[in-house]
Design a protein around this ligand. Structure first.
Ligand code: RFL
Ligand code: PHB
Length: 397
């Protein structure tokens, strides 16, 4: 393999998910150079089906970054959501309870497509299909990232490395064990998710608690629906033919109001493990971790992508202060500031997950506690407001 001349940039960004791409865009606006390195192909990254709910803070950030036009045209504004239990739906009026606009349902891969298109229009470096990414000299003022591309060894010299490479990336592993703490929980269930080309059977998202387990009805457009079912952690897709999925969705989501789920061709199917995970601090020397590289939440609170966007807003502002005013306070405080929001989201996501899923040790006592909690959230305005303000996204101080 040949070795090319080292490349130089201010911030090396590892990973082109929402965290890495949005950081690159925010740095571009601040006049800070960056190179983004991504292990997968552009096509793979643009098709990877994941989150769907954007908090207002994320929506505003995408707009201000000049990548909100298609989201504003195609995103679905939701002013409420439904909690369903004992076969009855209960609406939580998110917008009314928070005096705000609610949330926007717009697929993560659409956000990613918009950010990649903007990066490519600006003609700035974003390298796909890089291999063997390794981080070096993170304790010095001039860290390096080495990688391989197109049969060549390459080296990227920089001032800072942003580790935005998700839960399975290399950045987190570059933080020495002695310098970090990990806080984690595995949940004893997983989510089976499908995307189907069928009109949604509801206008707003439905989160359902049912004796067979949790179910969620979400959507992507007037003709595409997204559903999730709680399943065994080691579930095999082969045991979940489409008919079984539709049957189970109908069972868990239907009720006395006559709601029934329209079925249609399943475009995609996958199983997602459920875990909570936080690494502290989110920094080591000149390496700053953001998004899933530093933390995971179970998807019940719809928080993962929003946290990734919040992290990089804090990081971009801190890097802006460093380059514009030689002010390091933002970088020094990055981890503490980001972690305050992370832990709020960790708690909310754990709470939603605990309230809505069936646990293996489920008994009559647990059932009555869960139902009582659900009834309380749906009947007390202050309790509903707790759910609503966390769901649409809090100002965390
Ligand atoms: P990503 O999206 O995983 O991107 C990381 C990128 O890094 C690349 N990479 C590498 N690149 C170079 N070198 C390496 N060694 C590399 N290793 C990895 C990867 O290929 C990838 O492109 O992390 P990021 O940017 O931090 O974004 C986080 C979000 O993707 C994630 O939190 C959300 O999808 C979570 N999530 C949800 N979040 C929400 O805000 N709202 C939701 O409604 C929501 N629903 C969900 C979700 C996640 C789900 N799954 C599948 C886990 C629903 C589901 C089912
Ligand atoms: C989704 O539409 O994919 C989605 C919505 C809400 C969640 C999780 C995922 O809590």
């Amino acid at each position: 393999m040949t070795t090319s001349e080292p490349e130089r940039t201010q911030v090396a960004i590892v990973g082109a998910g929402p965290a890495g791409l949005l950081l690159a865009r925010l740095l571009e606006a601040a006049g800070i150079s960056s190179v983004v390195l991504e292990a997968r192909t552009r096509d793979y990254v643009e098709r990877r089906l994941r989150a769907g709910v954007l908090e207002q803070g994320t929506v505003n950030c995408l707009r201000e970054a000049g990548v909100g036009d298609r989201m504003d045209r195609e995103g679905l504004v939701h002013t409420g959501l439904e909690l369903r239990f004992e076969g009855e739906g209960h609406r939580i009026p998110l917008a009314e309870l928070t005096n705000g606009p609610g949330v926007v349902v717009y697929g993560q891969q659409e956000v990613v497509k918009d950010l990649i298109a903007a990066r490519s229009d600006s003609g700035l470096p974003l390298h796909f299909e890089v291999e063997d990414v390794a981080l070096h000299d993170l304790d010095s003022d001039s860290p390096r990232v080495t990688y391989a591309q197109d049969g060549e060894h390459r080296e990227l010299r920089c001032d800072f490395v942003a580790g935005c490479d998700g839960f399975h990336g290399v950045s987190r592993a570059s933080v020495p064990e002695r310098s970090r703490q990990i806080y984690a929980r595995e949940y004893p269930f997983a989510w089976l998710g499908i995307l189907a080309s069928v009109a949604p059977s509801t206008e707003e998202l439905i989160y359902a608690y049912h004796e067979h387990g949790f179910a969620l009805h979400s959507m992507r457009s007037p003709t595409v629906s997204r559903f999730y079912l709680q399943c065994e952690p080691g579930a095999d897709l082969a045991d979940w033919p489409d008919e079984r999925i539709w049957e189970e969705l109908n069972l868990r989501l239907s009720g006395s109001d006559g709601l029934s789920i329209h079925s249609g061709p399943v475009i995609e199917k996958g199983i997602t493990p459920m875990r909570s995970f936080v690494l502290e601090p989110m920094q080591h020397g000149r390496l700053f971790l953001a998004g899933d590289a530093a933390h995971i939440v179970p998807p019940t609170g719809a928080k993962g992508m929003n946290l990734a966007a919040a992290d990089v807003q804090v990081l971009a502002a801190a890097l802006g202060d460093f380059y514009a005013h030689a002010d390091e306070a933002g970088l020094t405080g990055y981890s503490d500031k980001a972690l305050r929001r992370v832990w709020r989201a960790e708690h909310f996501s754990w709470w939603m997950t605990s309230m809505l899923h069936r646990f293996p040790d489920h008994d009559g006592f647990a059932d009555r506690l869960q139902l009582s909690q659900l009834r309380y959230v749906c009947s007390s305005r202050p309790a509903a407001t707790v759910l609503a303000e966390n769901y649409v996204g809090l100002e965390v101080t």
